[in-house]
Write a protein that binds this ligand. Structure first.
Ligand code: SAH
Length: 380
């Protein structure tokens, strides 16, 4: 069988050029038997399938992985977030006990650097209960290794709703971009869902367009040029709402940093990387990372609807500058040999310069409504 009858695959584009994977074979069988799957279901299996999902079976991050992230590039990233956390705790009235949650901690580098910087406030560390929310057992092991000398006890949780009530600070760097998105394509008859199908030879995965129009598409404009793509991540919006509901009921803040447009709009942002280079999103699922830009406008809307306050997006470079990047670079470089100074400066440039990660990455802060704006979000 090639194409399910309700599908129009004539405009499908063969996308798989890389080696196949066990997961690709299984998806081909599944689609042949039951019909095309949504981009969200594809992304979900490719990243989180219990055996073959990318985060479950590979070592994604770092020089020997497929991609790198800001905390991996420069220790200053985590350190400035550590200071942001201490100031936020002060803004909360220095509670004796509070929970620090990190969502999707990767290799644990951000938490390690943040806790080191936070040592300047022993009372903050005395009050803290750290909870790391991580779905991948493999990534948890990495985190446990890196955080074994952490100055405070740590606990791991499967999901945000398992974390403690009470005063709370939340951080998430590059977590929302791996939450599955659905894609919709504007056709002559309106929005139709973009699906993942098998090619005519039945040997590879291709994109196609579902014949049946979806009933509603949250937030999509009524009119758009033919071929335009609208993306919607229900899991990302639900998580933002869950965080906001918690912050409406309990004092705290969440700092969320990710790839995003300044003004989210139309466009296909599904992208895949392997070995630090671009990779076709449908090739060898489970062996490459897949992400999509985060629609911060929608997350902010959901946060307000749930009764929280929300600030941003602020460009990552601007946020880091406001949190004291320049001073931190100077402090770190003082008295160091020239080659180390060069490395520190190169790392800082990479995370903050607008030609590097400083503009493409952005931050929002979801907050309890009665708190002042968080550090870095207090200027227009
Ligand atoms: N924050 C890290 C890692 C980003 S990679 C850094 O900046 O380096 C994404 C991380 O989120 C991985 O650890 C992945 O296993 C985890 N993850 C993905 N989906 C998740 C979910 N729904 N809940 C918790 N963790 C998740």
């Amino acid at each position: 069988m090639t194409t399910a009858p309700h599908e129009r695959s004539r405009n499908a584009v063969r996308n798989a050029t890389g080696p196949s994977s066990a997961l690709e074979q299984r998806l081909i069988e599944l689609i042949k038997a039951h019909g095309p799957i949504s981009v969200a279901d594809y992304m979900s299996d490719a990243l989180f399938h219990p055996n073959d999902g990318y985060y479950m079976s590979q070592s994604p991050i770092g020089a020997r992985g497929d991609f790198t992230t800001a905390p991996e590039v420069s220790q200053i990233f985590g350190e400035l977030i550590g200071l942001w956390l201490v100031q936020s705790w002060i803004d909360l009235g220095e509670p004796d006990a509070f929970t620090l949650v990190e969502l999707g901690p990767g290799r644990g580098v951000l938490m390690r650097d943040a806790l080191r910087a936070a040592k300047l406030s022993p009372a903050f560390l005395d009050a803290i209960d750290v909870q790391l929310v991580e779905t991948s057992g493999r990534m948890r092991l990495e985190q446990q290794k890196r955080l074994k000398d952490a100055p405070v006890p740590l606990a791991w949780k499967d999901a945000f709703h398992d974390t403690n009530d009470g005063p709370i600070l939340i951080i998430a760097n590059e977590l929302f971009d791996c939450l599955p998105i659905r894609q919709f394509e504007m056709t002559t008859d309106g929005w139709r869902e973009r699906m993942v199908n098998v090619d005519d030879a039945g040997e590879g995965l291709v994109f196609s367009t579902a014949f049946a129009p979806p009933l509603t598409i949250e937030g999509a404009p009524d009119a758009a040029p033919e071929g335009a793509i609208y993306e919607w991540s229900e899991p990302a919006e639900q998580l933002a709402e869950e965080i906001a509901k918690r912050l409406a009921d309990h004092p705290g803040r969440a700092l969320i940093i990710d790839y995003a447009h300044v003004r989210a709009g139309l466009g296909d942002t599904l992208q895949s990387v392997k070995g630090h280079g671009a990779w076709p999103p449908l090739a060898a699922p489970g062996h490459a990372d897949i992400t999509a830009h985060v629609n911060f406008d929608r997350l902010i809307e959901r946060a307000f609807d749930a009764g929280a306050a929300a600030y941003g997006p602020v460009a990552q470079g601007t946020l880091l500058d406001r949190l004291g990047l320049t001073m931190r670079v100077e402090r770190l470089c003082a008295g160091k040999p020239q080659d180390i100074v060069k490395d520190i400066e190169a790392g800082a440039f990479r995370i903050a310069a607008s030609s590097e990660m400083g503009e493409l990455f952005k931050a929002i802060c979801i907050s309890s409504p009665d708190l002042p704006p968080a550090p870095g979000f207090d200027a227009p």
